[in-house]
Design a protein around this ligand. Sequence first.
Ligand code: ADP
Length: 270
Amino acid sequence: DATSFAVRVAPLGGTGLVLVLAEDQTEHRRVEAVRRDFVANISHELKTPVGALSLLAETVQDASDDPEAVRRFTDRMQTEASRLTALIQDLITLSRIQGAEPMAEPTRVDLGAVVDEALDAVRMPADANGIELVGSGAEGITVLGDEGLLGTALRNLIANAVSYSPKDTRVAVSVAVTRSTVDISVADQGIGIPQQDLERIFERFYRVDAARSRATGGTGLGLAIVKHIMTHHRGEVTVWSKEGSGSTFTLRLPRPDDRGLDAARNTDRQ
Ligand code: ADP
């Protein structure tokens, strides 16, 4: 991609001097291309379920004298409608969170409750696939942030862990406190991620295996949402993975300053 410059020339009043501003356009063009790709992706992702719904509706009409077929087709219509709902929900979350400033007024969040709720949210699909869910270390640990968003980030990681794991494996969520951070890890024994895809999986709509992602109801936005939620918390998300053995995603948050927390607690009591 060739480098290009936008040049602006402004006379400096009365001095006889001219100010020349040369601005590098390469980054602008890259950002613009990424935006165009995203919009193209959104319309493709929306058109797929809408097209399927429209075809299924026609098919149902043709099959109106066969109750068994009607049932089959309306079930598939439900699936496509759920897919559409999930996609719209993820797009709304993403547009709310991407580019948002780091949080101005975080509140104290009890990780024990966040982990329990996130595990409960995936218990049904996990049970159905014989996947054991275990949580440890979160009891009594607090961080500063937005409870709803942290719950969304953790739920996305646990849902992926369950989706990309075979039967009779385990998904473990653990919390560890280090000197300066609080780390929440989600470890699975699933299919893993090829090394060359690791740095791209946080991009919007990037999937290692599109067919597999769609089959599990994935929108392709889950990890992009996680990444933006962590940036919003001045934290980060990291991944370790080995194909065929599993993946571990870690949410790393700044450790709350204990003195700051005590001060907050004292103010609470007043
Ligand atoms: P999706 O809705 O497709 O799951 P995500 O943004 O959540 O979208 O994840 C992007 C891609 O990263 C997935 O399509 C999948 O290929 C890969 N991936 C994410 N989590 C895991 C995991 N725990 N194990 C294996 N692959 C994963």
